[in-house]
Design a protein around this ligand. Sequence first.
Ligand code: AMP
Ligand code: FE
Ligand code: FE
Ligand code: ZN
Length: 283
Amino acid sequence: MEGIDLHIHSTASDGTLSPAEILKLAQKLKLRAIAITDHDTIDGSKEALQTGIPPSVKFLTGVEISASSPPSISYAGSFHILGYSIRLDDPQLNKTLAVLQQARKNRNPQIVKRLNSMGFEFSLKDVAKEIGDGQLGRPHIARYLIKKGFVKSIDEAFKKYLAQGKSAYVDKYRVDCERAIEIIVDAGGIPVLAHPILLNFDKNETNDLFALLKDMGLKGIEVYYPENPPGMTTFYSKLAERYGLLKTGGTDFHGSLKPDIQLGSGRGDFAVPYEIYEKLVRI
Ligand code: AMP
Ligand code: FE
Ligand code: FE
Ligand code: ZN
C-alpha cells in the first residue's frame, strides 16, 4: 500500500490501538503519511511524537473537534472539525479541549444512570477499568454492554440505546463551528470538515454548508471516506473544487471498536493518494 490515512483514533480517545501500535502498523502497511485525530484530545498525537516517528512514515499532528453546526443550518448529525499540523502546546487549543473533556466527564455518568434505570446494572468505574488513561466515550460503554451480554454488537448498542434520540442518549457540549475553525487556525493548523456523509444532509444543504464554512475560514473537506455511497466522493470532490477547498481523506480507524475498517484501506477497497498529503502540507 502506498497511500496515506489522515483520520485515525488511538487509545487517547475511542480507538483500540495505542499511538505506538498505530505507528508500527502504518510502517508495516507501508503507509506514507498518517495523522492521529482523536476526539477532543491531542494526547494521541503527543504520545506518537514522544514514541518517535519511523522515518518511512510522515506524521501530522491532529485532532477531531466536536462542533455544533452553524445556527442558520438545520441540525446536522456528527459535525466534526479535523485540525491538522496544529501546535500541540497552543494555550487556547488546550483550554478548549479541556472544556470538551470535562463536558464528557459530566455526560458519561448520566448515560450510565439512564442505562441503570433501564435495568442494566453496572457502574462507570466498571467501564473505566476496561480502558487505560484515554478519554471514555459511548463506544466504550457499548463494548461494555456487549461484555455483560446486554447487547450483541456495538451497532445494536447504538441503535437501541446510545445513538442520538435513543433512550440512553445524553447530549454533549460542542464548540461553535466558527470558533473551532478559528482555534485550529490560531494553533497554526488546517481546519477540515470531517466525513460530510455523516451530517445526513442532502446535496443542496451540503452545498450551502460548504459555502458557509469556507467563509468561516475552513480550508478543506474530508472528501475520501470509506462510508461514502457510490458517487458521493465525486460529488464532494467537485464541491470542494468549487469552493477552493483542499481535499483530504482517511478511514476513521478505531481498531476493534470499528472492526470492519482497516487502517489505510477501510473495507479493503479504499485508498487515499499520497499527493493529498503533499497538497495539505504545502498550504
Ligand atoms: P461520543 O464521542 O461519546 O459522543 O461517541 C461518538 C463516537 O461513537 C463516534 O466517533 C463513533 O466512533 C461512535 N459512533 C457514533 N455513532 C455510532 C453508531 N451508530 N454505531 C457505532 N458507533 C457509533
Ligand atoms: Fe469515534
Ligand atoms: Fe468523526
Ligand atoms: Zn473520527
